[in-house]
Design a protein around this ligand. Structure first.
Ligand code: XIL
Length: 480
């Protein structure tokens, strides 16, 4: 069952309502979409965590944009906030690509994870080949951190201030920053970021620190010492770029030991790569790995959320970085959800109606009967709304004594304009202010006492009140 949600905002707009009511009758049919069940972001919110994805500037529109907006409530720019992108020339900032991602996030009620400010990689040439004095390099770092955090002040919830500071053996990575400035560059970057936006949560982020090992011990000792010195450090990001079947068994215990230092933790770049080609067995193992990671985070109260490093195999960084490997994300290259998607959804408490792989060959044992009457059906209408769109999840319960075989649910939108863009577990059509949802072949039957769920995404303007009433096969339903 979906939990009932209240509308986050109920705008007025009765004038628009009249226009909408008078609008010419239009009818549109929406194909059932990839992901059935409640979107991940709604499930995550109900659990008190965020569910994020990395997203690149060229993924904000079309299928990728609509899936990202529907499923995720946090966005990490994949490259657009990195030094080489933001400050390609010394002192000249290129905010455009990152600003576009931030605007997309704001339009879809998603928070932004800023990534990243100080790192050894994706630095501009002017910086790596500049041969700066230590003093100049320090000033350059502080200015960059200050300017970038200031630009996004109030817009970025979590910042990966320092990325990947350690070697595998727990020594500091020998990069531009450590080699010239020593380990104090970390505290200095955090302090500058905090001064620029005291409201942002500041993280250090790294990979291969998910289990307890030399590298995570070093991170642990660093965070402990930063806390002891009063340096502004709010959290540790665990990238979680995993190899199939190799999620460390002590991941949760490790997250907990960091939380016990008094910092938040987050899974920041999750993917689970495999040797290509993928097959059903590997995809099942991958789903199990995603389940483990989700449960590890959910099992630690200071774990704030999970971000996947791209949600689709179509654009994942894995194949170009690890030759021969891929299929690391929850959606395949055709933007279809994989078992890993369902694993995340289930770990977050969702239930999914999975279409059968083969249609039933035997007729139902109970012959089709008359649909239940008014008191026989009950509808729950849950909505997650942002300023221009919403996701509706509808559960229809058959409270009658006879099974329903084939169903049509109808309702009317009393005001505002709603345009359905995507539906799952049903075909949803609109004609003027009237909406009709009909079953797909696999969920035609609702047994007596049983229920079925479907949902849709839509754009709205003017107003978007919850529908007052529904009919199931022509008979009025109660609404809860
Ligand atoms: C990756 C991006 O996804 C690629 O597009 C880019 O070519 C290289 O960087 N750890 C990090 C991320 O912190 O910034 C990296 O992102 C992946 C590894």
């Amino acid at each position: 069952m979906f939990s009932k949600r209240t509308l986050r905002s109920a705008l007025g707009g009765s004038g628009v309502a009249l226009l909408a009511a008078a609008a010419a009758v239009v009818s549109l049919t929406i194909p059932s979409a990839q992901a059935a069940g409640t979107p991940l972001r709604d499930l995550a919110a109900a659990k008190g965590v965020y569910m994020g994805t990395a997203l690149m500037q060229n993924e904000l529109t079309g299928t990728s944009g609509s899936i990202a907006a529907a499923q995720f409530d946090s966005v990490t720019p994949g490259n657009e906030m990195k030094w080489e992108s933001v400050e390609p020339t010394r002192g000249t900032y290129n905010w455009g690509p990152a600003d576009q991602i931030v605007a997309f996030a704001q339009a879809h009620d998603m928070q932004v994870r800023g990534h990243n400010l100080v790192w050894h990689s994706q630095l501009p040439n002017w910086l790596t080949s500049g041969s700066f004095s230590n003093g100049d390099l320090h000033a350059i770092m502080i200015k960059h951190v200050t300017d970038e955090v200031t630009h996004f002040k109030g817009e970025v919830v979590h910042w990966d201030v320092v990325n990947e500071p350690f070697n595998e053996d727990g020594t500091f990575r020998s990069d531009l920053w450590y080699n010239q400035l020593g380990s104090s560059y970390i505290a200095d970057a955090l302090t500058a970021a905090h001064a620029a936006d005291p409201g942002a949560k500041l993280y250090i982020n790294d990979y291969n620190i998910e289990g307890q090992n030399a590298k995570s011990n070093a991170m642990y000792n660093l965070v402990k010492s930063l806390k002891a010195q009063g340096v502004p450090i709010d959290g540790v990001g665990f990238q979680a770029h995993f190899i199939l079947g190799q999620v460390p068994s002590d991941f949760k215990a490790n997250l907990q030991r960091f939380a016990d230092l008094g910092v938040d933790v987050a899974v920041t770049e999750l993917d689970v790569r495999m040797q290509l080609p993928s097959d059903a067995t590997k995809l099942q193992q991958q789903a199990a790995d995603y389940t483990t990671v989700m449960n590890d985070c959910l099992g630690v109260s200071r774990c704030k959320g999970v971000t996947v490093w791209g949600f689709t195999d179509a654009t994942s960084w894995v194949p170009s970085t690890f030759p021969g490997q891929g299929a690391a994300t929850p959606y395949d290259e055709n933007y279809q959800p994989k078992p890993a998607y369902t694993a995340i959804q289930t770990a977050l408490g969702g239930t999914t109606t999975t279409p059968p792989t083969t249609p039933p060959t035997t007729p139902p044992t109970t012959p089709p009967t008359t649909p239940p009457g008014g008191s026989g059906c009950a509808v729950t209408y849950g909505v997650n709304q942002w300023n221009t769109g919403f996701t509706a999840n509808i559960t229809v319960r058959n409270g009658g004594s006879a099974a329903v075989d084939g169903w049509t649910l109808k309702w009317t939108q009393s005001s505002g304009t709603q345009t359905v863009t995507q539906a799952w577990n049903a075909t949803v059509t609109r004609s003027g202010t009237g909406y009709t949802a009909t079953n797909l072949s696999y969920n035609a039957a609702i047994p007596a006492g049983g229920s079925t769920s479907f949902g849709f995404n839509a754009d709205w303007s003017g107003a978007n009140p919850a529908p007052a009433g529904f009919t199931l096969n022509g008979a009025a339903c109660s609404v809860s």
